[in-house]
Design a protein around this ligand. Structure first.
Ligand SMILES: N[C@H](CCC[C@H](N)C(=O)O)C(=O)O
Length: 257
């Protein structure tokens, strides 16, 4: 199997050009093996780029445990991959598990339009919302020293959330214009260096209390930007912007993975 390895602010993916459907039957066990950081290629997730009617392509995302979801950073990397394959120029429309997305790419920076968010719920002093995947958002102090794995794992597996699972984001306000976000990701079952839908969720919980339309987000793997407009209790015209990089390419014999 020919693969490409991409990363978006440290959230990393095995990327496969599946436009001919050669890997439609890729098993969950094989996806887990390919994502394994000791016995496989190693990644937070695997993405198949499929052909799709009426749009440029389909982004078919799997977490490293084989579960499916929408992935913001993965979608951004998919746009960079499609551009690399000369499937698109600087603008695209594609489909994913949560619906149709527009995106733009310029000099390796991908700007992805996220789905609208109709409401932000609360759980105690914390927030719960869906930005294409489900997110829990908790504001904390001194995030650098915070036990993201322990607390994130506890919330993700709590009575309320354990059935469907939820991504758990910890947020520290650095200034009126910048947040620091660390995320425990469902389906990876660990902290990742960046979570696109997660930083979007964090940004919206921040913007709901002020009139900003832009937030800079520091993540473990770099910097992301989120733009959004208030729309009643929710937000519309939400964009996630940041780098997407092809790290290497290769061939792997699935039988031996
Ligand atoms: N683990 C997430 C999907 C990937 C989200 C994250 N990698 C992103 O960039 O949005 C979930 O199961 O909902």
């Amino acid at each position: 199997m020919k693969f490409y390895k991409y990363q978006g602010t440290g959230n990393d993916f095995v990327m496969i050009d599946n436009r001919l459907g050669e890997w439609d039957d890729l098993s969950i066990e094989n996806i887990q093996k390919l994502c394994d950081r000791r016995f496989g290629i190693g990644a937070d997730g695997l993405i198949k780029i499929n052909s799709a009617k009426g749009v440029d392509f389909e982004v078919d995302y799997y977490n490293s445990d084989g579960s499916k979801s929408f992935c913001g950073n993965g979608a951004r990397c998919s746009v960079a991959f499609a551009h690399f394959l000369d499937m698109i120029e600087d603008k695209t429309t594609f489909t994913a598990i949560d619906g149709i997305h527009e995106a733009e790419i310029k000099n390796g920076i991908v700007k992805l339009k996220m789905g609208n968010v109709h409401n932000i719920n609360t759980d105690g002093n914390d927030f719960v919302l869906n930005t294409g995947s489900p997110h829990y958002v908790k504001y904390v102090e001194m995030l650098n020293n915070y036990n993201v794995y322990k607390i994130g794992n506890e919330i993700r597996n709590s009575e309320t959330y354990k059935k469907e699972g939820i991504n758990v984001n910890f947020v520290e306000k650095l200034s009126d214009k910048e947040l620091f976000v660390r995320t425990y990701e469902r389906g990876v079952e660990d902290e990742t260096y960046s979570c696109g839908t997660g930083v979007t969720a964090a940004a919206l919980t921040f913007m709901k209390n002020n009139n900003q339309k832009f937030v800079e987000i520091k993540v473990m793997g770099g910097q992301l930007k989120v733009y959004a407009e208030k729309d009643g209790e929710g937000f519309k015209n939400i964009w996630l912007e940041g780098p997407a990089v092809q790290v290497f390419k290769g061939d792997i014999n699935l039988d031996k993975a």
